[in-house]
Design a protein around this ligand. Structure first.
Ligand code: NAP
Length: 311
């Protein structure tokens, strides 16, 4: 039996057959990472696994993150200790792209303001100028980071009649062929898009890249959507852009300091704020848990990991 630490919150998403040969310690999200001789850890994205945690787990062979993003793991420290790191790419792409579109539609068509109006009891009936939103047809969607999720978001844009600009470190010819998307540099994407949707991972290069300067370069009235990671955005600068009416709206699923949200952003107009539910469907969460544990099983049984973060 292999001694492993697994996030207690995924227990109900796993079948007993997936845990064969594992002696599991279920670790609650509110408990600190313990010291001991565990050989694998399966953490949620909310658990930091850095130098200290790795030092306290000297027999560790794998960190199997239950997320595609892995900014909660110190990769340099893990690599130095020859600990493998895996993530859950692919299985959450469609669910997260769907949620991104829920945010795009809710933000451009002012859904939350509409719901609030009904609930307030103040709705006086149909009015030709009530809650006018942004017409999608003919507008430009800027996909910032056309990887798996960014491309899935772009593919969904075609029936809505949007044109697509995108950024990526490498060109995506199949995506361009399929959707007519054009690869541009970030400056052009920010300047020309009516909706900018963020899909790059959180990393030292991308942290805080949506700041006062980048927001000022966006079109007046443009919308910003973020289902990637909160670290990408300077939340106070975004709140100011919304307060001033420079941005037409923001649809966010992720925040810098979750579950805290910058008070100014919380109070800002024209926002749709969701509690980090991008991948939250039953199937996807089961698939994420299954891949994370399958990575552990592979590595502990001497096979290569299924989805390593680095080769
Ligand atoms: P992915 O396939 O790796 O795509 C990332 C994209 O970002 C790629 O196009 C990549 O370019 C580009 N990129 C990477 N580093 C960059 C940098 N430093 N500067 C500019 N562009 C960069 O990842 P994914 O599966 O689509 O996931 C994207 C992110 O979504 C994850 O990292 C995660 O944080 C987030 N996410 C959030 C939720 C949620 O619940 N809200 C759910 C799932 C994922 P190349 O293609 O040229 O490499």
């Amino acid at each position: 039996m292999f001694k492993v630490l697994i996030a207690a919150e995924i227990k109900n998403l796993l079948e007993p057959s997936q845990l064969t040969d594992l002696d599991v310690t279920w670790l609650g999200n509110d408990e600190p990472t313990p010291k001991g001789d565990w050989v694998a850890i399966v953490p949620l994205l909310t658990r930091w696994v850095g130098g200290t945690e790795l030092k306290n787990l000297p027999n560790l062979r794998i960190v199997a993150n239950v997320a595609v993003g892995y900014n909660n793991v110190d990769l340099v420290a893990a690599e130095m200790r020859k600990v493998l790191v895996t993530n859950t790419p692919g299985v959450l792409t469609e669910a997260t792209a769907d949620l991104t579109w829920a945010l795009i539609l809710a933000t451009t068509r002012r859904l939350i303001e509409g719901v609030d109006l009904i609930r307030s009891g103040q709705w006086t009936g149909w009015h030709p100028e009530q809650l006018l939103g942004l017409e999608l047809r003919g507008r430009i969607l800027g996909v910032f980071g056309a990887g798996r999720i960014g491309q899935a978001v772009g593919r969904r844009a075609l029936p809505f009649g949007l044109r697509i600009l995108y950024t990526a470190r490498t060109p995506k010819p199949d995506f361009e062929r399929e959707t007519g998307a054009t690869r541009v540099d970030p400056t052009r994407l920010f300047a020309e898009s009516d909706i900018v949707s963020l899909h790059v991972p959180a990393s030292p290069e991308t942290k805080g890249m949506i700041n006062g300067e980048t927001l000022a370069r966006m079109k007046r009235g443009a919308m910003l959507i973020n289902t990637s990671r909160g670290d990408l955005i300077r939340e106070e600068a975004l709140a100011m852009a919304l307060e001033l009416g420079h941005l037409g709206g923001a649809g966010l699923d992720v925040y810098t300091d979750e579950p805290a949200i910058h008070p100014r952003l919380l109070a800002a107009p024209r926002t749709v704020l969701l509690p980090h539910i991008g991948s939250a469907t039953d199937e996807t969460r089961r698939n994420m848990a299954a891949i994370a544990v399958a990575n552990v099983q592979h590595v502990l049984h001497g096979k290569p990991p299924l989805t390593p973060v680095y080769a």
